[in-house]
Design a protein around this ligand. Sequence first.
Ligand code: FAD
Ligand code: UDP
Length: 389
Amino acid sequence: MTSAKAEGKILIVGAGLSGAVIGRQLAQEGYQITIVDSRDHIGGNCHTERDADSGVMVHVYGPHIFHTDDEEVWNYVNEFETFMPYKNRVKTTSKGQVFSLPVNLHTINQFFGKTMRPDEARAFITEEQADTTITDPQTFEEQAMRFVGKDLYEAFFKGYTMKQWGCHPSELPASILKRLPVRFNYDDNYFFHKFQGMPENGYTVMIERMLDCPGITVQLNTTFTQDMAEGYDHVFYAGPLDGYFDYKLGRLGYRTLDFERFTYEGDYQGCAVMNYGEVDVPFTRITEHKHFAPWESHEGSVCYREFSRAAEPEDIPYYPIRQVKEKALLSEYVELANSTNGVTFVGRLGTYRYLDMDVTIREALDTARGFVAAKQSNGTVPAFFSNPT
Ligand code: FAD
Ligand code: UDP
């Protein structure tokens, strides 16, 4: 960014990662920033807080693991908080046994009762399990059948995905499963990114430090209404895109999550995340939060049983559904947004996309830079700096 100080008042809706990064970057440019959030805390869905009884750092809206290949983003988060080494090692319970995820050589050998070496396992999956007649998988189911085959698909993915998304995997895009690797070695790291870690004191402390900057004012318990925009030069909106327009074209579909919290004295499951692959177990996974901070030691434990269902209007929208119907409605909202001046839609809800934290930060940095450049050249500020459709 440039060193020339800009003048102007900016309203940001949402004190999650998107709002905090854009606010910080523009405050450093000289803008006066007001950030409103309807919740009583900052941090959005990344919010973490310590449980008063056990001292465990709880990921209040579900487990968040930081992973990225983007070195600038990694350096950026490390400016605000120390990241402790953390590798996400997920287990799954299916058919009365516990297996390792993502599907790796251990999973394959254990599942099929074999002792194959990498090349043997690869040949076994490719020649005896995978459906190689599928050349260009389009759906989740096709992707699974093509790369792991029916047996592993039915044990680990079919039931879990029906619970998670509320529909058959043949109705979902292949891209959802492409998030997960399949490995023919014993590497059980859930992610494949170069940089991975967990903030030592939680995400909320990191975001608090981002917001601790001259020129930024945060107002919690404040829900955005259109009249609030008066007197501001521009609005960055990290709330739901359809909500900005009062849902006048209809509601974009989301999955929401219910967390059934329980406590335990000792170690409940021995790992941070235990998935449940079968459809007749009603929850998708159990997270035991103290295992997200292996450098800490706590006797007590806080766990979440996680249930997924279709979001009703009063629920927290978690996962955008983005099937054909939703994408058609999204296009209509995008058109409406593009014809609206003075507001830029950002983040997971504002652009109706599933965004990991690193992508959220990357887009927020690019948005702040794009805004400053547009202002300097007297250009118009677009409704989106990334394409949501
Ligand atoms: P949010 O965090 O949703 O923040 C939006 C904020 O806007 C909220 O605080 C909300 O209260 C506020 N708001 C909305 N509407 C209004 C309004 N009208 N007025 C005022 N305020 C309003 N990413 C990873 O990288 N790793 C993970 O392991 C990971 N796990 C996840 C697990 C779950 C269950 C979920 C749902 C997401 C996960 N993510 C993960 C993604 C991560 O949560 C997002 O990348 C990040 O939260 C996006 O930040 P945001 O600011 O765009 O949105
Ligand atoms: N998935 C599955 N079984 C598992 C874990 C994941 O079927 O044990 C599917 C599920 O549909 C999920 C997708 O793979 O949405 C991507 O997995 P990821 O862990 O990235 O899920 P998310 O972060 O979206 O919850």
